[in-house]
Design a protein around this ligand. Structure first.
Ligand SMILES: Cc1cc2nc3c(=O)[nH]c(=O)nc-3n(C[C@H](O)[C@H](O)[C@H](O)COP(=O)(O)OP(=O)(O)OC[C@H]3O[C@@H](n4cnc5c(N)ncnc54)[C@H](O)[C@@H]3O)c2cc1C
Ligand SMILES: NC(=O)c1ccc[n+]([C@@H]2O[C@H](COP(=O)([O-])OP(=O)(O)OC[C@H]3O[C@@H](n4cnc5c(N)ncnc54)[C@H](O)[C@@H]3O)[C@@H](O)[C@H]2O)c1
Length: 471
């Protein structure tokens, strides 16, 4: 069969851009199809605007802090139009990196339209039929909005319109205390909105409980109100929206944000018709990200599995190895990192303590180091939080960190989990003093303390000392 392309990539978010760019750079004839905005969720409605908003909020929070380190800042003045501009400037600054022009320069044929799978090797787009021996689906996810009674009758926000708000909410009610709910709750509160979070289960359910407890305490002290319960009914009108929980509590706010999880984009573009198997929330894939039709790959948020930008990029790179170089490449989640950018941040890599306990039982050793023993943190007066390192013998199987810039501390731990560095290497490394990174070195060294100061080294030391005394 004569194909129009070597590979067709559907979706121009983090996953699709990585896959298409990589294939084109290797010289494959690559079609990259994006129906909406290049850069997808991360650039336009996700990571970039949310982290920019968090940055504005952090400035306001610092000014609101009581005197620290002998300095009292003046009360903050928040201009919503300025916050809005900062958020959109950040998007505009990064947009060229994900642009049509950049991907065309790499060698992709970029098509700005909606694609539809019309045959096992055929995609229809903009009235054209493209064919290729390999197809990559990277269509992402959107907000999963639960069927709450009355929700359709009021205006509500999701991550798709939150960053376009023209005015600052007076009282933002957030349904969902997951990652989006927590990052946005703290930010809007710090910018001066009243914020209420409704969550029936654990806040930030995937994360280490001790870390989340620290964040919750900080957010409550800053003024965020948490209601334990499930949003069961919504009523009201624009500007006065009431959410009633299954526990009988009512809260009325000026704005409502629904942050109740993600739904993979799998409908309406031919997957089922072509026999691509779907799971409960995403395309079914194997470890090599192949769908039930082995020449069709699914990567990033659209398939079942973790939904994070770096995961999309990682899977995009993997399929480039498969498609361009013919190297079967399985995903490896042993050292999967993630970070929630609350303050303090909550960062995780590998297993949490509870996962590690379930897997290793008594063989697990948890080393905990606190930032109030880290001299940089103490000097800065920002010493809340801790690092927990999960060890099986001298091998790291996971770590949870809660603290200022916790996400920046994950890299050496990733290397220890994958075996590219040992606890001995990191525990014995010379690193700058005083840095927060010393907490990682201290925990890695702790893996060796029982051995280093154990029976045999002590015997050797005693022997040497005895000889020295004798001569
Ligand atoms: C508020 C928020 C904050 C976040 N913060 C972080 C963070 O700090 N760190 C982190 O790692 N992750 C974060 N995420 C998650 C991250 O944004 C996603 O995991 C990531 O963007 C997924 O990339 P993707 O390429 O798989 O999908 P997407 O970015 O959703 O891209 C899919 C693209 O496919 C296009 N498309 C869909 N169907 C078709 C079709 N039929 N034809 C043509 N085009 C199509 C869509 O228009 C879209 O542009 C955040 C998410 C949200 C919502
Ligand atoms: N820093 C980051 O890496 C980052 C930041 C933001 C988003 N993300 C990504 O975005 C997604 C998280 O999105 P999210 O926060 O919407 O989902 P989530 O799954 O983290 O949290 C959703 C929460 O909504 C709650 N919920 C569901 N129905 C409810 C109801 N009726 N009433 C009250 N609460 C209800 C759930 O119990 C859950 O805790 C993930 O894919 C995540 O990886 C990542």
């Amino acid at each position: 069969m004569k194909y129009t392309h070597d590979v067709i990539v559907i979706g121009g978010g983090a996953a699709g851009l990585t896959a298409a760019g990589g294939c084109a750079l290797f010289g494959l004839k690559t079609a990259l199809i994006e129906g909406h905005k290049m850069g997808g969720e991360c650039l336009n409605n996700g990571c970039v605007p949310s982290k920019a908003l968090i940055a504005s909020a952090k400035r306001a929070a610092e000014a609101r802090e009581e005197m620290r380190a002998g300095v009292q800042l003046a009360a903050p003045r928040v201009e919503w139009s300025g916050v809005h501009r900062h958020v959109h400037d950040a998007i505009a600054h990064i947009a060229p990196h994900d642009s049509v022009e950049r991907f065309e320069e790499m060698g992709c044929e970029v098509i700005a339209d909606w694609a539809r799978l019309t045959g096992p090797n055929e995609v229809e787009v903009g009235g054209r039929k493209l064919t290729a021996p390999r197809i990559v689906i990277a269509t992402g996810s959107g907000p999963a909005v639960p069927p709450i009674e009355g929700l359709d009758g009021v205006p509500y926000l999701t991550n798709e319109n939150l960053f376009d708000l023209a005015e600052q909410p007076e009282h933002l009610v957030i349904i969902g205390g997951g990652v989006i709910g927590m990052e946005m709750a703290q930010s809007f509160c710090r910018l001066g909105s009243t914020v209420t979070v409704i969550e029936p289960g654990e806040l930030m359910g995937r994360d280490d409980r001790d870390s989340v407890a620290v964040v919750k305490q900080v957010m409550e002290a800053e003024g965020v109100r948490f209601i334990r319960g499930k949003a069961a009914k919504v009523s009201g009108r624009p500007g006065a929206i009431t959410v009633s929980t299954d526990g009988g509590e009512d809260v009325t706010g000026s704005h409502l944000l629904v942050a109740t999880g993600r739904k993979a984009r799998t409908a309406g573009y031919g997957l089922e018709e072509q026999g691509v198997a779907l799971g409960s929330n995403g395309i079914k894939v194997d470890a090599r990200r192949r769908t039930s039709l082995k020449h069709i790959y699914a990567i990033g948020d659209c398939r079942e599995g973790p939904r994070l930008t770096h995961v999309s990029g990682y899977e995009g790179s993997n399929v480039v190895l498969e498609i361009a170089l013919g190297l079967p490449t399985k995903v490896d989640w042993r050292a999967l990192p993630w970070c929630t950018y609350t303050e303090p941040e909550v960062a995780q890599v590998g297993l949490t303590e509870s996962e590690a306990r379930a897997k290793y039982g008594d063989k697990l050793r948890v080393v905990t180091e606190h930032f109030d023993h880290n001299e940089r943190a103490v000097a800065e007066g920002l010493d809340k939080g801790h690092l927990k390192m999960m060890l099986k013998g001298k091998k790291v199987v996971g770590a949870s960190i809660c603290g200022v810039n916790a996400g920046e501390l994950l890299l050496p731990i990733t290397q220890m989990i994958t075996g590219k560095a040992s606890t001995f290497d990191v525990g014995g490394a010379v690193i700058s003093y005083p840095t927060r990174a010393e907490i990682v070195k201290a925990a890695a060294f702790a893996a060796w303390e029982p051995t280093l100061f154990g029976k045999w080294p002590k015997r050797w030391v005693a022997f040497l000392a005895k000889i020295r005394r004798a001569f």
